[in-house]
Design a binder for this molecule. Structure first.
Ligand code: SAM
Length: 266
């Protein structure tokens, strides 16, 4: 089966690096590969044209189990479906366009398990919910303190669910040893105020995570509105993303293009 893969093998694990993703097509070649992914995932297919591409970022519209180019990256930073059919209430006034919609593949955590198995032992920062078992290979859990988040949760107890978990897997992380509770990263409170995805993560939070990642290309196979990709770009890192829902691909592409045009980060 033909698949577009980067040439060269400059990674310690001997797998080809995706340092060539993005505009640097000089390192990209078309090879004939067996119908298994480099990391042992399921059959791959012809990689589609990128939905968005610039010097650093490549975003594909598709199913990350089929569009497997992300498996060639060096570091996984991703926010997969939570795995418990979470349905957003639509914000404080319940007015968001995604009100009562469910994220694709959110019925259980099997897609996260698939992703981690396909990824293997490489470095991975993976968002998750305490309502599902943590990945067996997790070495640590970080907590995103959402601050003033007004999540409803269980109204019969006097605490708000204003936090999320981030699992740390693999090795090679860098930087100063700081608190595992990540505070001060906020989202607009509503779609009207600028929220663009029901499960959006702050770009500043993704940037803080990325700055402690080992060098190399970042993968986000569940890119959503592109927060990881926008943060990677702001940090000058190459990144490759995949998103199933075209609505969110479009949002991500707009955020990334806006960054190109205005030099800012959405
Ligand atoms: C938790 S959200 C990610 C939100 C993202 N962190 C952001 O800031 O916008 C998970 C995303 O995974 C996407 N998704 C679900 N199944 C997928 C699949 N098989 N391949 C690619 N994307 C998928 C959903 O459409 C959703 O946008």
């Amino acid at each position: 089966m033909d698949r577009i893969v980067p040439s060269g093998s400059d990674k310690q694990d001997g797998k080809p690096s995706t340092s060539g993703v993005g505009a640097d097509t000089s390192r990209v070649s078309i090879e004939s590969v067996s119908p298994s992914t480099p990391r042992g995932g399921p059959p791959s297919s012809l990689t589609p044209e990128p939905y968005y591409q610039d010097d650093l970022i490549t975003l594909y519209h598709g199913d990350c189990r089929v569009v497997t180019a992300w498996l060639l990256a060096d570091v996984l930073v991703t926010d997969p479906p939570y795995g418990y059919s979470h349905s957003s209430g639509g914000g404080p006034r319940g007015a968001a366009s995604w009100r009562r919609t469910v994220i694709a593949n959110d019925g259980d955590s099997s897609i996260r398990s698939w992703m981690l198995e396909a990824w293997g032992a490489g470095p991975a920062l993976v968002f998750g919910s305490w309502k599902r078992p943590h990945p067996p290979a997790a070495r640590a859990v970080l907590v995103w303190d959402k601050g003033g988040h007004r999540g409803m949760g269980d109204l019969s107890i006097p605490w708000k669910p204003n936090h999320e978990q981030i699992y740390v897997l693999g090795s090679g992380y860098i930087g100063e040893r700081t608190s595992g509770v990540l505070a001060g990263h906020h989202l607009p409170p509503s779609e009207a105020a600028g929220r663009v995805h029901p499960h959006e993560k702050p770009v500043s939070l993704m940037g803080a995570l990325i700055r402690k990642c080992p060098p190399g290309v970042i993968a986000d196979p569940f890119a959503g509105s592109g927060s990881t990709l926008v943060a990677a770009k702001a940090e000058g890192r190459r990144a490759i993303g995949v998103e199933l829902d075209e609505r969110y691909c479009e949002t991500a592409a707009k955020r990334l293009a806006q960054d190109v045009l205005f030099g800012g980060v959405a």
